[in-house]
Structure formats: C-alpha cells, structure tokens
Write a protein of this length. Structure first.
Length: 212
C-alpha cells in the first residue's frame, strides 16, 4: 500500500493519497486546495487516480476537488447528507476563503457501512456526524482517515452549519467502542492512534461520561 500526505490551503488541510501498487490505482481524500500540488502527488505516485473521496463538505476539504476530477476523470464520493452542500452558494458563503470553485460531479453517494474497493484495499465507511451532518471516517487495515471528526487530543468543531455537540458525542463514543487500534490520519495536524485518543482525548472522555 502507498500512503502519502500533503497539506493544502491556508488551513493546512491534510490531503491523503491511498494507493494499491498491484492494481496501479489510488484514491485521493480531501483535495482542499492547490490543485497542481495534488496532481503532482498523484503523478509522483505513478498511480491512476480512480476516486476522490470527501470526508465532509467544508470548503477547506473540497476546493480543488472539481479541478482534480477534471484532470484525472476520477469518480467523486461523499456521504449523501453532505452532498447537497457542495454548491458554490455553500462553499463560497460569507466568511469562507474566496477561491475559484465550482461544484464537482458527484458519482457516488455514500452511506454508513458502505465499502469502497481501491484495488485490493477495502475501505469501510463509518458515518460520524457532529462536525457536519455527513462527516465520515474511512478504515482499512490499521489505518483510519478521520477527516475533522477526530484530532490528536481534540475533535472537530460542532458550532458550524450542520454541526451538533450531541451528534459529536455519539460519534466519538462510536469510535471509542470500535474494535482494535488504528493509525488515525486527521484532517488537520499530526497523526495519532485510536488507543492514544481513548486514553487521553478529553472530548472522547466527555462523550463517555455523557453517554453512560
């Protein structure tokens, strides 16, 4: 498996490439800005970009998506609850960074429990609302791509459109209760592990307290 990361945009959103060497295909998660930078990462991998996967609909995770899609022909996926918010009216709304953007073509609407095959890599989709209505995490092998649901010692904001503290608490408990451990690749900042967050994340502890 090939796994690469580049930060994009003013908010340093992590864009991930997950590739299967045997089949020569990859998926790109959250191309938030800097189209050329993302395309260079794909080219340097030597793989064909089969999918663009969005963990959620916020501007800093989606701005470059239509342009990467146009350049690669990749299919784009997002959870069905967040898909309606990929419009310029939402992404470019007041208070957001003003960059060139147009709505991408959505090829697949994701649901909780879906699977995505990237060559031989099988990814499971887990719905984790709280940051947005349709925020998801994606697990495969010992890796979790967490978007803005889970950070090192923190979690995503719930005070934005589509956010909910109650939903976030339930999502953090769902992640806490998952079997095993994962390397957690976050939407911003450094990676962590699920076990580290079970032990030390104050928001996850708060979720456990609230949902006893």
């Amino acid at each position: 498996m090939i796994l690469r990361t580049i930060p994009t945009g003013m908010l340093h959103t992590n864009c991930y490439l997950v590739g299967d060497e045997a089949s020569g295909v990859c998926a790109v998660f959250d191309p938030g800005a800097h189209t050329e930078k993302v395309l260079n990462m794909i080219a340097e991998s030597g793989l064909t970009c089969r999918y663009i996967i969005l963990t959620h609909c916020h501007f800093d995770h989606v701005m470059a998506a239509p342009f990467v899609q146009e350049a690669t022909g990749a299919e784009l996926m997002i959870h069905e609850l967040d898909a309606p918010f990929l419009t310029p009216e939402y992404v470019n709304r007041r208070g957001y960074i003003r960059e060139t953007y147009r709505a991408p073509r959505v090829d697949r609407l994701l649901r909780d429990g879906d699977e995505i095959d990237v060559g031989s890599i099988k990814m499971k989709v887990t719905l984790t609302p709280g940051h947005t209505l349709g925020s998801c995490v994606f697990t495969f092998g010992d890796v979790m791509i967490a978007g803005d649901t889970l950070f090192k010692d923190a979690c995503g904001r719930w005070d934005m459109m589509g956010g909910s503290m109650d939903d976030m608490m339930h999502s953090l408990k769902k992640l806490h209760d998952m079997e095993g451990d994962y390397r957690v690749l976050c939407g911003h900042g450094d990676p962590t592990t699920l076990e580290e967050e079970r032990q030390h994340n104050p928001y996850m502890r708060m979720a456990l307290e609230k949902l006893k």
